[in-house]
Write a protein that binds this ligand. Sequence first.
Ligand code: ADP
Ligand code: MG
Length: 683
Amino acid sequence: MELGDSIRVVKNIGETRAKQLNRLGIEKVEDLVEYFPRTYEDRSNVVALDQIVKGEVNSFKARVDGSPESLRVRTMTIVKVRLTDGKGFIEGVWYNQPYIKNILTPGREYVFTGKINERYGRIQAENPDFEPVREDSLNMGRIVPVYTVPAKMSQKTMRGCIKDALEGIDGEIEEFMPRSIINKRNLCDRRYAVNNIHFPESDEGFFKARRRLVFEELLMLQLHLLQLKGNVTGKVSSVSIRDYNTAPILDALGFKLTQAQENVIGELFADLRKGTVMNRLIQGDVGSGKTAVAMVLAYVIIKNGYQTVLMAPTDVLANQHYKNISKVFGSLGIRCALITSGVRKKEKNAVLSDTAEGKAQMIIGTHALIQENVVYNNLGLVITDEQHRFGVRQRESLEKKGKDPHVLVMTATPIPRTLALILYGDLDISIIDALPPGRQKIDTFAVDRSYYKRLYAFVKKEVAKGRQAYMICPMIEENDKMELRSVLTYTAELKEVIFPGLRVECIHGRMKNDEKQEIMTLFEKGDIDVLVSTTVIEVGINVPNATLMIIENAERFGLSALHQLRGRVGRGSEKSFCVLVSDAKNKTSLERLKTMCRTNDGFVISEKDLELRGPGDFFGTRQHGLPEMKIANLYKDIDVLKEAQETALFLYNTDEKMKKNENKLLKSRILRLFERKIKKICL
Ligand code: ADP
Ligand code: MG
């Protein structure tokens, strides 16, 4: 039997089981042996009945004492039987499994595992799993794997299938890891790892196996990403830059760039001078001034005769970028265009033909920019703002609109460097690590609803000083099921009852594009005092005169959303405040709120976020285009990840194309793996 064979060749897998397994994506023998357990149950400790621990899951060996009886209680069938091991008695009870009566043989000895409860003075094992006593059991007397099983397949059957597959291919599990790496990283060999991940010999065997498989998974992913990056970094760019004069744009910006911004611009220009295609990510906390950096680069690209396109995740943000950038660029004689789904047809046609003819030089928009009917003339640079809101695929569709344009990606979600290497493994990374001068810490408070009176007085005070406020609600409309603040109801109440003297308006995602636009323009001009909003303003929005951010039902938002929302204030030199209103009592919510009050540092916040949410939710792996991890956990396995990254870099630097004999097997494994996985998800 070979790893590449269909699972039908495995003993005891017929058509029905094969079909069930197929539904989980298990087609070949190899898929089956690499279908790792979801978790484990430790059944290795088999106790005597006088040693049993009530309230816990126990494993014990016992003889069936007498015939099982079956009773009906209303609609339920209950099977009961007395069990003994000579040292004690216990009652086995099974609910709604009438067949149990027929498979337990009186007088025979079995091993049972189940929760032990005391009911009406009797000690009972509830719905215990059992198996006749035998040597070499897969299900009892050991650490037992628990799988995600297909519908209508039991854990026992699944274990059996995997054991049969492992035995059938005995000796076939090939070691593809170079010997030198196995030695250096002290890894167990592959066959041992695969056997022990399913049926661990011992705790130690399990840990060794897991470490080896995690290492292998992360190493292959990292090597693959390095190779992807290698493919693009080597690529010669057809965008030719001769003129690097930035004086006019620096002048037009109206402020002096920070050292941090200048450093990053230096890195961008170094990329251009190399003559290869730029693929760079700029990380910078909210308010660090990423847009200005992007504008300087775009200016140079445009002045050398190419178009630049900037994609933003929301139309509110695209509109804002369009307004600000066209003001600056307009004064320099550069033509800007806006493409969102909200732009009217007639206008749009004009914009589309300007873009296609190259008359529009700076094109700004939402994902409408990647639609088929948008044709560019000579795209030199593609910028995505707030990349964490896009999928890799969207970014790539935009890049494909040009002929290998330079690529600049911006994000305000700071992540630990090790993880950045995985998430953005195909990009070079620049960091804007300082805020523009004059920024003050945003004082943040968490309060409950009993504070409203004081809070409203505070709003009035800020407005009296000429400042503006945001009030964020989790919902647009009231919803009977949830007692949450809604934009519509709250706005009405604020207008009529709470702040009759103030100018209160609202904005939310269900409004038409030009309605949203109108509201944002009024707010920017200072003609609205209090803007009630959903999270449509979460990313990118920049109104420096707003100094107060109030978030209602703050427990409803994740840490990164809270940080982004708070980042809408504190964007000028005035002191700003953020108030998180919540009555929540649960631990995680409280922890989030506490973190927000304690720090303004996006880096600290994202680490905490990762810790509270776990990596799955944090990354939305699919969103990022990463393949689903089979065994590794990007957060918990951070130490192994570091080792894997070191090894990957070493391999890449010493044998980039992996042509050396000892690396060949690893290379073909990576090719095979990612041919099947990544293509489907991201490329
Ligand atoms: P983000 O990094 O969050 O996208 P923005 O690019 O929107 O930040 O910049 C935030 C604010 O800071 C804007 O009002 C911008 O004009 C201002 N700004 C950017 N760089 C500087 C600077 N060097 N000096 C002063 N203000 C700056
Ligand atoms: Mg921004």
